[in-house]
Design a protein around this ligand. Structure first.
Ligand SMILES: *Cc1c(COP(=O)(O)O)cnc(C)c1O
Length: 432
């Protein structure tokens, strides 16, 4: 793929107008390209592994709308089912059988889930699960890990990944200190730090929440024994273990990280893939804990559009695709080829890099590594990443616009897409 001068005239016009209409011109911050420079690309169509911008440029997409597009964008069966569902109306605000169908699929797939509640985003799921942890244990404190993102609820905006990390203080103005005083943080992959927190706060910690494989400070895997260690520590201290699988659920395995690593938490949050591109989140887990949720129990949580038939349909059809034999083997193979190719090309060009993949999730840091936590991720050469991102964009490869985001592949990515991506990267690495 020869270097082209990317014509993004229309994108620039639209984004310039957007900046007067919406804060930063976007509906979610990381889309604004702040950490890589330049202006964001404005899209008008997605299909399979590809996205097209308003100037007619086509890109191979490794963002996949930040995770949901695991079957490829606009999968024909998902779209056809949505068309059919649309004719019956968009929302009932009342029970609908499709909720049972998706609930059964989630319960059958995800080891810890015996009961589930649907919501509209990952943020909502994490917010609710935090309330549930506290309601069930009658304790207030919660341990999260530096660099893990659990949506933008007040209590979680402490050391929340690609956002600003200021010691012990909320990451955002508007979050009262009182909202984060019960949020304790530890470095990822550091069991001793978690042990110390439990010792310092006996009988006060409701639970531990984490991304079982991190995607929000770049791609970081748990050390051998880390998840198992957390399982033991939480049990010993009467606390709950919560896996935030909003990103990893149905992505690194059909049953998520808990299936892949064989560690079963008490509760889990889901999002992204289970919505198949529509706004869906969910939280679920042990039935005795979930029975606390209203109207079964006293913990209040509700949602006008929760479980709507369109969202349930997209989720069901997406999971049906993923149930087909060989799906995760295919995702793992293609993603492995991609990351091995990128790492080899970078090293051959003399760059210090490290990275890896698990099924359809991958990442590469511009640092020698190994990267085991957010502090180590922050050693990456982000200026170099910015140039790499730009160079790839100019060659028709769309990567997440931050060093601290994971990459995503889909069932629609072909070996040819991967080869073209690696070939483009070779050219860019030579220029860096
Ligand atoms: C994306 C994400 C969230 C938030 O989900 P939204 O749907 O964006 O609100 C929460 N936790 C993790 C691990 C995520 O990756």
């Amino acid at each position: 793929m020869a270097r082209t001068t990317l014509n993004t005239t229309k994108s620039e016009e639209i984004f310039t107008a957007a900046q007067k209409l919406m804060p930063g011109g976007v509906s979610s911050p990381v889309r604004a390209f702040k950490s890589v420079g330049g202006q964001p690309i404005v899209f008008d169509r997605v299909n399979g592994a590809y996205i097209w911008d308003v100037d007619g440029n086509q890109y191979i997409d490794y963002v996949g709308t930040w995770g949901p597009a695991i079957c490829g964008h606009a999968h024909p069966e998902v779209i056809a089912a949505l068309h059919a569902a649309l004719d019956n109306g968009t929302s009932f605000g009342a029970p609908c059988e499709l909720e049972n169908q998706l609930a059964e699929m989630v319960i059958n797939a995800v080891p810890c889930v015996e009961m589930v509640r649907f919501v509209n985003s990952g943020t909502e799921a994490c917010l609710a699960v935090l309330r549930l942890m506290r309601a069930f244990t009658s304790r207030d404190k919660v341990i999260k890990f530096q660099g893990c993102y659990h949506g933008h609820a007040d209590s979680f905006l402490v050391q929340a990944g690609s956002g600003v990390a200021t010691l012990g203080l909320p990451d955002s103005p508007g979050v009262p200190k009182s909202a984060t005083t019960h949020t304790l943080t530890a470095p990822y992959n550091d069991l001793e730090a978690v042990k110390a927190l439990f010792a310092q706060h006996p009988d006060a910690i409701a639970g531990v929440i984490l991304e079982p494989v991190v995607g929000n400070s770049g791609f970081i895997t748990p050390d051998a024994g880390f998840l198992e260690g957390l399982r033991v520590l939480t049990q010993e201290n009467g606390a709950l273990l919560v896996f935030d699988e909003v990103m990893t659920g149905f992505r690194i395995d059909y049953g998520g990280a808990q299936e892949k690593f064989g560690v079963t938490p008490d509760l889990t949050t889901l999002g992204k893939v289970i919505g198949g591109g529509l706004p869906v989140g969910a939280y679920g887990g042990r039935a005795d804990i979930m029975e606390m949720v209203a109207p079964s129990g006293p913990m209040y949580q509700a949602g006008t559009l929760s479980g709507n038939p369109l969202a349930m349909t997209a989720g069901i059809k997406t999971l049906e695709q993923l149930q087909k034999p060989g799906t995760y083997e295919q995702l793992d193979k293609i993603t492995g080829t991609l990351i091995e190719g990128l790492l080899a090309a970078a090293k051959a060009a003399g760059h210090e890099v490290c990275g890896g993949h698990l099924s359809a999730m991958f990442g590469m840091f511009f640092t020698a590594g190994p990267v085991r936590n957010y502090d180590e991720a922050k050693k990456s050469d982000t200026a170099k990443f910015g140039k790499f991102h730009r160079g790839m964009l100019e060659r028709g490869i769309y990567l997440a616009p931050s060093q601290f985001e994971a990459g995503f592949t889909s069932l629609a990515h072909t070996e040819d897409d991967i080869e073209r991506t690696i070939a483009a990267a070779k050219e860019v690495f030579a220029e860096l």
